[in-house]
Design a protein around this ligand. Structure first.
Ligand code: 5RP
Length: 215
């Protein structure tokens, strides 16, 4: 077993309507470790989505995927007041934005999109940020991109720097073996669970595959 134990499973609720997010989470809430109010949901429904998830799941870790770029302290306080434990900032946000956000929430994840450098990653670590999300963008996947050795090498390097690395972007149960041998902190799946014909079974299949590979 790796340094951090079994990777967690996080469901991303990227529903466009709050009632549909609640329908999704009703089916799988008990099966997952972390519940994410997705960017799409946050933009559509605001912090009411986080408040509803917290009301339903008082004990679960809840993440608000704001991909915050600025006004970190204010956005993070809004998330924390609504009941979120964690929040995301985009990797191009400034260090002061990240530090201000980190003061308000229990933990902060840096979302890696587009161009970023390991020198920046060192600066995030020095600022007290220990979680990053390695993301295959939905639009990149739609354009035909996929996970490559280059992605896996970068993930390994971030892990070796001491980051808790979450992985996301179009994940299916069948994608998980690609990451075998890497100390992934959390697998974040949205459509792979929500859009399954039996979402509860899909979440269980993710958990079983994680236990098979990392257990
Ligand atoms: C999009 C996101 C999604 O929440 C994340 O990628 C998971 O969604 P899916 O598994 O459907 O790709 O952050 O910006």
């Amino acid at each position: 077993m790796g340094r951090m134990g079994l990777p967690k499973l996080q469901i991303a609720l990227d529903n466009g309507v709050l009632s549909e997010a609640l329908e999704s989470i009703r089916l799988v809430g008990d099966e997952v470790d972390v519940i994410e109010a997705g960017t799409i949901l946050c933009l559509a429904e605001g912090m009411e989505a986080v408040r509803c998830l917290r009301a339903l799941y008082p004990e679960k870790t809840i993440l608000a995927d704001t991909k915050c770029a600025d006004a970190g302290g204010t956005v993070a306080k809004n998330c924390a007041d609504a009941g979120a434990d964690w929040m995301t900032v985009i990797c191009c946000a400034t260090i002061p934005t990240m530090k201000a956000a980190l003061k308000e929430v229990r933990d902060l994840q840096v979302e890696l999109y587009g161009d970023w450098t390991f020198a920046q990653a060192e600066a995030w670590m020095a600022a007290g940020l220990t979680q990053v999300v390695y993301h295959q963008s939905r639009d990149a996947l739609l354009a035909g991109e996929t996970w490559t050795d280059k992605d896996l090498d970068k993930i390994r390097k971030l892990v070796s720097m001491g980051f808790k690395v979450s992985v996301t972007g179009g994940l299916e149960v069948e994608t998980l073996p690609l990451f075998a041998g890497i100390d992934v902190y959390t697998f974040i799946a949205g459509r792979g669970i929500r859009d399954a014909s039996d979402p509860r079974q899909a979440a269980r299949d993710f958990k079983a595959e994680i236990a098979r590979i990392w257990g």
